[in-house]
Structure formats: C-alpha cells, structure tokens
Design a protein around this ligand. Sequence first.
Ligand code: HPA
Length: 254
Amino acid sequence: MLAIIGGSGLSQLATLDVSHREVLRTPYGDPSGTVTFGQIHGHTVMFLARHGYGHVIPPHEVNYRANIWALTQRGARAIVSVATVGCIRPDLKPGDVLIPHQIIDYTWGRKNTYHEGHDSRVVHIDFTDPYDPGLRALLIKAAEAAGVVVSDSAVYAVTQGPRLETAAEINRLERDGADVVGMTGMPEAALARELNIPYAAINVVANYAAGRADSRNGIRFDAIEAVLEQSMGRACAIIESLMEEGAYGDPSGS
Ligand code: HPA
C-alpha cells in the first residue's frame, strides 16, 4: 500500500475514493491526524495531512516520528511526501513541480531518530541518497506519463521555521548548493530510512525564496495561495499516474 503525506495546500486528495478513516496510535505519540484510506485506480492508498486537518501544526511541531511509524506499522510499503518549497535556483519559478534528489538539513531540536535512550542500540543509517532512487524513478516516470513537466533533481534545504528565511540566509543556502528551501523534509526522510521504507518527495514551488525575484521586497502570502491552488493538481496527477501503473498498490485492498 502506498502512503501519501500531504503538506500545505494538500490536506486531502481530491482523487481519493475514500473508504474510511483510522485513528492510529504509536509509542511516539499521536500522528498529525486520522489516516484516510481510499482507492485510486483500484489500489488502496493511505493519506495523512502533515499539518493536521485545518493546517494547525507548524513544521517544527509535527510529530514526524509518530507519522512515519503509524504509516509503516499500518502497512505502507512506500511513502510519497508532498511539500511546498521556495525556489532559489534561477531556472525555477512558482508553480513548478520537482522531484528532489538531495537534502541539506538545517533543522534543530526535532526528534530525529527512533534510536535514542539508554536501551537503544547505536544505529547509523546510510543517507548518501536521502530519497529512495527506485521510488524517485517511478515518480519521474509517472509525471512523464501524466504530461506533468517536472525538474527531476533538486537539492532541498530544510530550515527550522516557522519563520521564513532572511535574504542573507537564502544567499548562504545557495552558496551551500541548495536549489529549493522548505521546512518539513527532515527528519521525515531520515526516519523513513531508519524504518527501511522507500520514501521520495514531490515538491511544489510556492514562491521565490526571500530576497529573490518577486520576493525581493518580501514574500506575498496572498500570491502563494493562488499558486498552490493552481499547481497542487499537478502533484496529484503524478500520484494518480503512479497508482495507474500499480506501483506499490495492492488491489486486494489490504
Ligand atoms: N522557505 C521555507 N519554506 C517554504 C518556503 C520558503 O520560502 N516556501 C514554502 N515553504
């Protein structure tokens, strides 16, 4: 079964033929909300809104451990994350969709591992490729099949939030090699790797990063909403196309 974690602008999947919702509990606390189960192209999919229904949980307060644990324990065989980002790389613009291939983690103070406490083993996961290459390839193929133009690689800088960045911070992220900036990619990706579950992301560019282009004099939040309304549908089209291929799907509905 494929699990989808939706971010800002995607608190439900319009194309999901909903069957039921489940409240899942974990040893790490409660996930962001109930998990919605439904069918896309005859395959069962689980959906979780990262910020809760009604968008009430800020990026630094999301219980990433509970979210990834709950989806995995309930039978997810792969997780696709949908998240908005600001763009830094000059060829990107608001509305663009991309499949990132790398992460730089600037977050702090988040619960970022399942392996902690005095009982725990010391575990170092390999994180050279933070996104599952096989799932990334499937997303890129699904986008092509759906006629959605995507940038098939990007370095995603994950900042702590909830505030947006300063113009100087964006210049620094660019010097570090970042193409886009968001607040939720970590520790989500690392936790999925700790549980050995394939994880990849679809990023939708919501705005130019601070100090760049239209955001030269500040970020206009009213414009972001309009961009997401128009472009989130293309992220959903990629997921639909992925399900049409039957990737990670289970027609028996388990
Ligand atoms: N910065 C950080 N996170 C974001 C942005 C941004 O500009 N846009 C959407 N998420």
